[in-house]
Write a protein that binds this ligand. Structure first.
Ligand code: 13P
Length: 248
């Protein structure tokens, strides 16, 4: 059975003071242990957040990394640097990176390679826009994003895929549990085609307006293995309630 995973993507939010208050509730959550929990703060806070969660069962993730190694790349943060400060996870291919920073499938595959080569685990985000869904292309687009990475970097069962329909991110419109299940199943079946030995082990998270009020229903779907949470991960009680909703 796949253990549920709840990851908080803080996006470009936080401050030393806010982070401390937010983490106090999370490290004390009773469900830690029965559910895997990852927090992904902005780069400048990774190390201090790492210090606060050290010794707890909460793990550390970065929201992005460079497609390049260390060197003359002003402003870039390499995956190896993230590993150096005890990150375990890196979110790659978030739709905000794809849409606002022109990251295409090729760049995303290169980033995933860096993540894996640095001993970290990727959380690969995929998902369609509203226009793509309305024109009936949701599955095709999402599976293509998955294949672009899985067929260029040998995947491992520890990898995590996050299905995040763009129209559900930050909008308050969550995919229905049935729609989420249907896409998660399509993703898993697609993985099975090429990598049958890992298909049932890889965790597929749902992301897009997950809250404590809709989490339980989403997590009851057989192929929904947890959530990648944005806005609700910035409110300690909300995030802890989502973690609790994931307890089997
Ligand atoms: P929201 O939970 O704010 O919709 O964001 C989802 C997301 O983008 C997580 O990566």
């Amino acid at each position: 059975m796949r253990k549920k995973l709840i990851a908080g993507n803080w996006k470009s939010n936080g401050s030393l003071e806010l982070n401390k208050a937010l983490l106090e509730g999370i490290v004390g959550a009773k469900a830690l242990g029965s559910v895997d929990v990852v927090v992904c703060p902005p780069f400048p806070y990774l190390q201090s957040v790492g210090n606060v969660i050290s010794g707890s069962m909460v793990e550390l993730g970065a929201q992005n990394c460079s497609a390049t190694e260390e060197g003359a790349y002003t402003g870039e943060v390499s995956a190896r640097m993230c590993a150096d400060i005890k990150c375990s996870w890196v979110i790659v291919g978030h739709s905000e990176r794809r849409a606002l920073y022109a990251e295409n499938d090729e760049i995303i595959a290169r980033k995933v390679k860096r993540v894996v080569d640095s001993g970290l685990t990727p959380i690969l985000c995929v998902g369609e826009t509203l226009e793509e869904r309305e024109s009936g292309q949701a599955e095709e687009v999402t599976l293509k994003q998955l294949d672009a990475v899985f067929l260029s970097v040998q995947p491992h069962e520890s990898w995590v895929v996050a299905y995040e329909p763009v129209w559900a991110i930050g909008t308050g419109k969550t995919a229905s549990p049935d729609d989420a299940q249907s896409m998660h199943k399509a993703l898993r079946n697609n993985i099975r085609k090429h990598f049958p030995q890992i298909a049932d082990k890889i965790r597929i998270l749902y992301g897009g307006s997950v809250k404590s009020s809709n989490a339980k229903e989403l997590f009851s779907m057989p192929d929904v293995d947890g959530a990648l949470v944005g806005g609700a991960s910035l409110v300690s009680e909300e995030f802890v309630s989502i973690i609790e909703a994931a307890v089997e």
